[in-house]
Every structure is written in structure tokens, then in C-alpha cells.
Design a protein around this ligand. Structure first.
Ligand SMILES: NC(=O)c1ccc[n+]([C@@H]2O[C@H](COP(=O)([O-])OP(=O)(O)OC[C@H]3O[C@@H](n4cnc5c(N)ncnc54)[C@H](O)[C@@H]3O)[C@@H](O)[C@H]2O)c1
Length: 253
């Protein structure tokens, strides 16, 4: 029960890694505030936790919208009395490259993946500080480190957003250390969540994974959740400003 007495706010909690993290943290005794652009999927995650005896609440929240974030943070404090941890898992991707990128695609991905992490962190830090400290985990990507091309094209907005979050994680570790708040990132490899419209069952996806991962398979959301739980917990009490690859060995090549 590593999370007994803690309250974790999770963005993107209606699906994939965010939902898996919510289930994992709740299973270890933590209260979880599930946020997602889709209020319905966030509620489903919270209901699942409550049905198995855990503590959870939910709210719709667009991480690009400061007013929605402030309302969600107030909601979490009202439900559980405090906030101790934050997981920034919400993410967006459009399959656009240099030649076909429009400003709408650029803005969507940068706003959700980069600005959203900043706004959520800015809104939650005062509450975490008030609670005496805690921890934050951001989800970056192997694309913060290496080029992942789909055919001829990369997705420069997505890679830039994830590189930005990696750097933000390091810089905020400096600011937050004195408040007894640790902040780290996880860089997943290819994880079978269907993120960005990917199809894990397709030959193309499987071939790509086999060619790039030392473990010769894609990852599961619960394998990311296990790493999120580690970095949030006191087991990682002297780790801050780090990015942990959870990628089946993708980054060794
Ligand atoms: N799946 C992968 O292969 C992979 C690899 C590396 C990094 N990532 C990153 O992992 C994170 C989680 O992705 P996932 O694989 O669980 O995908 P997912 O699609 O299952 O979950 C993403 C969630 O984010 C939510 N979301 C999107 N825009 C939002 C917004 N504006 N406000 C609030 N919520 C919003 C979606 O509704 C969805 O529930 C993302 O940041 C993604 O960039 C994914």
C-alpha cells in the first residue's frame, strides 16, 4: 500500500497509460482524481476503481484550458482534502510532417503535450506544496531522444513537444526541489494503447516494433503504470529531474 494517504491527479485518465496508472495507484491504496478531455471515459475509470473498493473521483478537463484545470484542481481538493501527486499523461498526435503541417495540427499537439503539462503543473504545485511535498511524473516519448519516422515523414510537432517536456522536467526539478516536490519523466517506446490512431494488430506496427525493440515486442499500458508508480512512490525518494526510458530497449540502438 505504497500510496496510502496520497491523492494523485491524473490527466488522460480515461484511456491507455493514464487509466492504467489510476488503477495501479488506487490498487496500492492511493486516492485518484481522474481527468480527461472525455468526462465519460474519466468517469468509467473512477467507477472501475470504486467498484473494486478504491477511492476515486473524476472530472472532464481539457489540459489546454486554465479555467477547466483550476476547476478540476478545486474539485480534487474538495473530494480528498489535498493533492500530493500529479501524472501528466494526456497527449495528442496528428500524422503530419513538414510539408502537410497546418497551424491547427501544430497548435493542437504543442498545446496539449507541452503547454498542458505546464498549466497542470503550475496549477497543482501550490496544493502539493501545501500538503508538505510529493511527486510529479510526465510522459514524454523515445521521440524526445531519437527520430521515429513513419515512412518518409517524421512528426516534428510531436517530437518537439516531447523534447520540450523532457527539458521542462529537468528545469522544474530545480524549482521544485526546495518545495520537497520531485518531478520525473517516463519515455515510453511503442505501447499498445491505440494512441494517435495506431493499430497494434497491423503487420506494419509489429514489423516496426520487432526491428527497433531489444525485447522484440511492444509494451503494455500496465508496464508504464508500474514505472509511474515507482517514480511517484518513496522508492524513488532521491530521484528527480530524470527521464526513465520504458521502451523494451529501443534507445540502446
Ligand atoms: N502509446 C504509445 O506508443 C506512446 C509512446 C510514447 C509516448 N506516448 C505518450 O503517452 C501518453 C499517453 O498516451 P496513451 O498511449 O495512453 O494514449 P491514449 O490515446 O490511450 O490516451 C491519451 C488520453 O489523453 C486524452 N486527451 C487528449 N487530449 C486531451 C486534452 N486536451 N485534455 C485532456 N485529455 C486529453 C485522451 O482523451 C485520452 O484519454 C501521451 O502523452 C502520449 O504522447 C504514447
Amino acid at each position: 500500500m505504497r500510496f496510502s494517504g496520497t491523492v494523485t491527479v491524473i490527466t488522460g485518465a480515461g484511456s491507455g497509460m493514464g487509466r492504467a496508472a489510476a488503477l495501479r495507484i488506487a490498487s496500492e491504496g492511493g486516492a485518484v482524481m481522474c481527468l480527461d478531455l472525455s468526462g465519460d471515459t474519466a468517469r468509467e475509470t473512477a467507477e472501475k476503481i470504486k467498484k473494486s473498493g478504491g477511492q476515486a473521483d473524476s472530472a472532464p478537463c481539457d489540459v489546454r484550458n486554465r479555467a477547466a484545470i483550476e476547476a478540476a484542481v478545486a474539485h480534487a481538493k474538495k473530494s480528498f482534502g489535498k493533492i500530493t501527486n500529479l501524472v501528466n499523461s494526456a497527449g495528442a498526435l496528428t500524422m503530419q510532417g513538414l510539408s502537410d503541417m497546418d497551424e491547427a495540427g501544430w497548435n493542437l499537439v504543442i498545446d496539449v503535450n507541452l503547454k498542458g503539462v505546464f498549466l497542470m503543473t503550475q496549477a497543482c504545485v501550490p496544493a502539493i506544496e501545501e500538503a508538505g511535498g510529493g511527486a510529479i511524473v510526465n510522459i514524454t516519448s523515445i521521440e524526445a531522444e531519437v527520430v521515429v519516422a513513419s515512412g518518409e515523414n517524421t512528426q516534428p510537432h510531436y517530437a518537439s513537444s516531447k523534447g520540450g517536456v523532457k527539458t521542462m522536467t529537468r528545469t522544474l526539478a530545480h524549482d521544485l526541489g526546495r518545495k520537497n516536490i520531485r518531478i520525473n519523466a517516463i519515455a515510453p517506446g511503442l505501447i499498445e494503447t491505440g494512441f494517435g490512431g495506431s493499430n497494434p494488430a497491423s503487420d506494419q506496427y509489429q514489423e516496426y516494433v520487432h526491428g527497433h525493440s531489444a525485447l522484440r515486442r511492444s509494451g503494455r499500458a500496465d508496464e508504464i503504470a508500474a514505472a509511474i508508480a515507482f517514480l511517484l512512490s518513496d522508492d524513488a525518494s532521491y530521484i528527480t529531474g530524470a527521464q526513465l526510458p520504458v521502451d523494451g530497449g529501443w534507445l540502446i540502438y
